[in-house]
Each structure stands twice: as structure tokens, then as C-alpha cells.
Design a protein. Structure first.
Length: 406
């Protein structure tokens, strides 16, 4: 196994996982044949398949805040281009940002963050215009809110509000999906009447990006259907539930119409196997009453038995998936075709939080460089023999939540 060390870092309301892996340092180009051979992958990456400077990516960078009376860590949003140049902080709050999401047009970022008040720390949700650098708070005084997301058209920001706490489990405790319309400034509560979410906090909330029914919005979500089982369902913005009875987790929507990847665990008396499911829906523009799965492809991932699948990422073309897996002490990234032609995923890299390059010819991910206590951002092309290229060189920052602008 590839040697990796997992560490936990507390931040906000959850935990951030970081990995420590050994990556080779780019050798100095010399006339010696061995040095030249070891440098060839980087020449191929940079010259035959360059990393365009117009690509933009953002991530949360967490670092110690020695100048703050309260101590703790600061988390700011940083941005750089596809080559790793132009690194800059987009926020300067000197506070903790918990999560963020790019808008569909790549011009704005919605994020949740802590705000210090006389009575203590509160949580706020703001929208940053990355062109002007101006942030506008759209929601505050929501002590327990998470899962910030954009509507497919970019005209609204949604989040989940937990009035009684993130993990409140009493049947009277609500967990409410709320949506803020940017034009009107109004915030609507979408699920306050749904008893399913009382004492059962929904996770993996996301807009269904290819649901085209005029005047309707649909979300997918995951809830616990039993003590050790989760179920994927969907909901419309008029509180209409659509449960398709899928036992699984990590619902991830493709950029092409009507497909969803998810993870299901199949168990026998001897063992449990991870199964990757790809669902195709009949017609994403149809009314929710007839939006039913029409085709299901299952991928038994036998090579990953005993590993926890922690993240799925569709390629921009919808033809491949990146899979992040974890089993102490290993964190690895695999790639698999989604047309059923492969049953064994291909190893890509030791790292976490993989995101596709916009041209589908490589990925960006986070990992540790040798002898460095800070994790870095890497780029890797899908070229035979290529190695990861280190794009950042932080000394004391933990970098998470990597996202490429649309």
C-alpha cells in the first residue's frame, strides 16, 4: 500500500481530513539521461498538454491565527489559475469560512462564515463577486446552517437550516431546506411541513441540475432509513416528495441530462461489497410524478473492498467518474468509465478531493509533499508515465474544498 497518514482537524461544525503522502520532487533538468528521463513527464504535461492560464480554481486555506484573541484558525478563500500562478486571497475576514460554492457562471462564490458579535459567534451566508471583490451578506443569525448551494440558473442560493442544532434527533426538531432569491431578496422555507426531515437531518443536499420542468426546482437528498442504512430521495420546491427507494449514499449528478451516480453497499453473510450505481431517468423535463428510473448500471468494485468511498466526481463530458477512497492509512483516487465497459477502476493518484480539469484530460487534487507539514494542490494529466505537478508551496496551510470555476 502507498504510505499515507491521516490526520483530523476540527473546523466549524465538522471534521477536515488531511493526508500525508510521499511525492517525488521535480528534478533539475540536466544533461544526464536519467535526470532527463525523470523530467520528461513534466515536459509532456506542460508542453504537449499545457495547463491553460484561463482556468480558475478556488479552495479554502486554513492557517493559525496567532493575532486573534480567541486563538484558533482562520480559513479564507484563495484563487489561482490552472498553472498555479496568480495565487491570491479572495476573502480577508480573519475569521472561519466553513464552505463555499462557485456560481454556475463562475463569477460569484456563495460561502458560509463565522461573524463575531457582542453576544458570541454567529453564522452568516454571503455572496462574493469575484470580479469586483465585493461581498454581500444574504443571511445572518442562522446559528446552525450548512450545505450552501447555487440553483442551476445562478439566481438563488439554498442551504439547510437546523434551528435546534445540526444533529438534533428529536421528532419535533426541524431540518429545513431554505432558498434565497437574489433578485427579490426573499428567503423561502421549502420543507418546514415535511415530517421526514423532523429528527432526521438530510445530507448531500443538491439541486438536480438537469431538471427542466418550467417553474419547478428539485433537490436530491440522503436520509437515514434505518440505523445503518441511508436512502436517496428527491423533493420539489412545493414540498412534494419523490422517493425512489434507492438505498445508497453520495448521489452525484452528471453534467449531462438525467444521470445520477451513487454508492450502494451489498452485504452477504461473508462480506460487504461497494457497488457504484449509475441511474438514468426517463425524461428530466417530465413532471415529477413520472420522473422514474428507467435504467440502472451497477459496477461491483471488488478491488476496493474494505475501502470507504468518500467522493465521486463526474467528468465534464459525463463519460468517466473519479472516485476517492479511504482505508487507514491510505487515501487514493481512481478513475472508471460510466458506460459499463470497465468493472475495475484505474489507479490515478494518492490524494484527496479530486476535481476534473475542464478539458477532461486530467485532474487537480490535494496532497502532501515530502518533508512539508502543509498540504498542497497538485495537477496531473492522464498521460502514460506522468507524475503530479505541485502548484502551491504553502508552509503552514491546510488546503481543502478545491473547486474549479465553471
Amino acid at each position: 500500500m502507498r504510505g499515507v497518514t491521516i490526520m483530523k482537524f476540527g473546523i466549524g461544525v465538522g471534521f477536515v481530513f488531511a493526508l500525508s503522502a510521499v511525492h517525488s520532487v521535480r528534478p533539475f533538468l540536466s544533461q544526464q539521461s536519467e535526470a532527463f528521463k525523470s523530467y520528461l513527464p513534466h515536459l509532456l504535461n506542460n508542453r504537449l498538454m499545457p495547463l491553460p492560464s484561463q482556468w480558475r480554481m478556488a479552495f479554502l486555506s486554513i492557517y493559525p491565527a496567532d493575532d486573534r484573541d480567541s486563538g484558533g484558525d482562520v480559513a479564507e478563500i484563495y484563487q489561482m489559475n490552472g498553472e498555479g500562478a496568480g495565487l491570491e486571497a479572495l476573502t480577508h475576514l480573519n475569521s472561519t469560512i466553513l464552505e463555499f460554492k462557485w456560481s454556475p457562471d463562475g463569477k460569484k462564490i456563495a460561502y458560509s462564515h463565522h461573524v463575531a458579535t457582542e453576544s458570541g459567534t454567529q453564522l452568516a451566508i454571503s455572496v462574493l463577486d469575484t470580479i469586483s471583490g465585493v461581498s454581500k451578506t444574504i443571511m445572518s443569525n442562522r446559528e446552525f446552517s450548512d450545505q450552501v448551494m447555487w440553483s442551476p440558473k445562478g439566481d438563488a442560493v439554498a442551504f439547510v437550516h437546523h434551528p435546534f442544532g445540526y444533529h438534533a434527533s428529536d421528532k419535533s426538531d426541524e431540518h429545513i431546506i431554505m432558498i434565497h432569491d437574489l433578485a427579490s431578496g426573499q428567503t423561502l422555507s421549502l420543507t418546514s411541513t415535511i415530517t421526514l426531515f423532523r429528527g432526521n437531518s438530510p445530507g448531500s443536499i443538491s439541486f438536480v441540475p438537469d431538471y427542466l420542468r418550467p417553474g419547478e426546482t428539485m433537490f436530491s437528498y440522503v436520509t437515514y432509513s434505518s440505523e445503518n442504512s441511508t436512502q436517496i430521495g428527491m423533493i420539489r420546491d412545493d414540498d412534494t416528495l419523490f422517493q425512489n427507494g434507492i438505498e445508497g449514499s453520495l448521489p452525484t449528478w452528471s453534467p449531462t441530462y438525467g444521470k445520477m451516480a451513487y454508492v450502494h453497499t451489498q452485504c452477504t453473510s461473508q462480506s460487504c461489497d461497494s457497488v457504484l450505481g449509475i441511474l438514468t431517468f426517463l425524461d428530466p423535463s417530465a413532471p415529477i410524478s413520472i420522473l422514474i428510473p428507467s435504467n440502472l448500471t451497477l459496477f461491483p468494485i471488488s478491488i476496493l473492498n474494505g475501502y470507504e468511498i468518500r467522493q465521486l466526481a463526474w467528468s465534464p463530458t459525463g463519460s468517466d467518474l473519479l472516485i476517492e477512497v479511504y482505508r487507514h492509512p491510505d487515501v487514493m483516487i481512481y478513475r472508471i468509465k460510466t458506460d459499463g465497459s470497465e468493472t475495475k477502476p484505474q489507479y490515478v493518484a494518492s490524494g484527496q478531493e479530486p476535481v476534473w480539469m475542464p478539458d477532461s484530460q486530467g485532474l487537480f487534487f490535494a496532497g502532501f509533499s515530502a518533508g512539508n507539514t502543509a498540504n498542497q494542490i497538485y495537477a496531473q494529466r492522464f498521460i502514460s508515465g506522468s507524475s503530479p505537478i505541485q502548484l502551491t508551496h504553502f508552509t503552514n496551510h491546510l488546503n481543502i474544498g478545491l473547486q474549479v470555476a465553471p
